[in-house]
Design a protein around this ligand. Structure first.
Ligand code: NAD
Ligand code: MG
Length: 427
């Protein structure tokens, strides 16, 4: 059985009708509204602090500053913004990935006493600093080493960096189990599943269905997709996110990555995972049980809700998101995904079925393909084609194999990137 990292945190429960004779005991979660435990501030580090998830996290922190103590903040290349965030939240350490920007970071932090550092080793040091929770919000496989470092300490990992579970699912969940860390998903669909699954007996779960907005091209004909531009693909109808995940949403690769992510998070086989298009992005996941019940989680499409869930669980904290008004929304609609117009979903499903390092190759090739599309070197529909061709080539070369640790994954990731770049020259 895969490690059930998510099920390590049992909900506190109380019997609300125990005092009424001859009635079954209804057990409900004890849910506290407001900020997390007031007794001590939560020591929090944010990896990827200048990104969309990082800034949403710090927005919540800024609204309840006495509930959090910021330990470390990191970013790759925006030293100025990182310095502003580190000052505002009184971080102890600020790390910039790009060494060339260390001088600018030091300037920005002059006179504050906040330590500045740069480079991969410093990113790992930030992840290793004692903290109660680490928000893992670096984009792409670049997040693997720092997120693994955080996981090795046994702290709570609020995981936004889905690529970590996609590329290294088995070894990452094994590390979580070894260290006793707590893994809480930040991806909205997985946060929704986590909430709808709380306390569930794995044997009673029939299906977990992730919703997808369908992205900006949901209604486009295949011929129109041939000519889709980065500007058009970056205009997501519902969510405001970083460029990489926005392009993944337009191709539906995001949903494919999320199926793989869900496979590692939840105790169900791959066949029990599915997705449905839901253009309003209000329902985030539906969990079906053997008795016919379907539990869904709903919220406005604002990442501050799943971030708040991960930070405060098993309690609840306030998030300043738009409250749902279903009467005003009027209708919620659902449709099946079209894998002909959006082939990336099928490519990702095949990688999940193939297993071993196929998802790592999928992820690496997709990162190369998305960058090439943004650089106008690859057409929109060729993103999935390039990824599929890279996986086939990796299989021919014997690179789809079992991984025994993070180094194996990083080796395969590098190889897949080289194969994808070679293939790219053929487009
Ligand atoms: P983003 O591009 O807005 O931000 C990425 C952050 O990572 C930035 O702080 C950047 O400086 C840092 N970073 C980039 N490359 C790095 C490198 N090589 N080394 C170290 N740091 C690096 O991305 P985002 O949209 O915030 O997404 C972050 C993660 O969360 C992704 O894995 C994404 O799939 C996931 N996610 C995002 C959303 C969303 O709404 N934005 C929703 C669900 C999941
Ligand atoms: Mg998502």
């Amino acid at each position: 059985m895969r490690p059930l990292a998510l099920f390590s945190t049992d909900l506190d429960v109380m019997a609300v009708t125990a005092s009424v004779p001859n009635r079954p005991v209804v057990r409900v979660p004890v849910v506290e509204f407001g900020a997390p435990d007031a007794s001590a501030p939560m020591r929090l580090s944010v990896l990827g602090a200048t990104g969309s998830i990082g800034k949403s996290t710090l927005d919540l922190v800024g609204r309840a500053p006495d509930r959090f103590e910021i330990v470390a903040l990191t970013a790759q290349s925006n030293a100025r913004e990182l310095a502003v965030l580190a000052r505002r939240h009184r971080a102890r350490l600020a790390v910039i990935g790009d060494d060339a920007q260390l001088a600018e970071l030091r300037d920005g932090l002059a006179g504050t006493g906040i330590r500045a550092a740069a480079g991969l080793e410093a990113l790992i040091e930030a992840a290793l600093m004692p903290a109660d929770c680490v928000m893992a919000a670096i984009v792409g496989a670049a997040g693997l080493r720092p997120t693994f470092a955080a996981a090795s300490c046994g702290a709570r990992i609020a995981l936004a960096n889905k690529e970590c579970l996609v590329s290294a699912g088995h070894v990452f969940t094994a590390e979580i189990a070894r260290s006793g860390a707590e893994l809480l998903p930040v991806d909205s669909e997985h946060s929704a599943a986590f909430q709808a699954l709380s306390g569930a007996d794995p044997k009673a779960i029939e299906k977990i269905v992730l919703t997808a907005s369908g992205g900006p091209f949901r209604t486009w004909a295949r011929e129109a997709l041939e000519a889709a531009t980065p500007e058009q693909a970056l205009k997501h109808p519902n969510w405001s996110m970083g460029a990489k995940v926005t392009i993944d949403s337009a191709t539906l690769m995001n949903k494919g990555l999320e199926l793989i992510e869900a496979f590692h998070l939840f105790p169900v086989p791959a066949e029990a995972l599915d997705c449905v298009i839901h253009p309003q992005s209000i329902v985030h996941c539906l969990v079906s049980y053997v008795d016919g019940s379907v539990l869904a989680q709903m919220a406005s499409p604002d990442m501050r809700t799943p971030i708040a869930v991960a930070l405060a669980w098993p309690k609840r904290m306030a998030a300043p998101t738009e409250k749902l008004d279903l009467a005003r929304l009027g209708s919620l609609t659902f449709e099946a995904p079209d894998e002909v117009r959006f082939p990336a979903l099928g490519v990702a499903r095949a990688a999940l079925r193939r297993g071993d390092t196929a998802p790592a190759v999928l992820n690496a090739a997709n990162e190369v393909a998305v960058k090439a599309f943004l650089d106008r070197r690859l057409k929109f529909l060729d993103i999935a084609a390039l990824v599929e061709a890279t996986i086939e080539e990796a299989e021919r070369q014997g690179a789809i194999c079992q991984a025994h640790g993070l180094d194996d994954i990083l080796h395969i990731d590098g190889l897949a990137r080289r194969l994808a770049v070679e293939k790219l020259n053929g487009y």
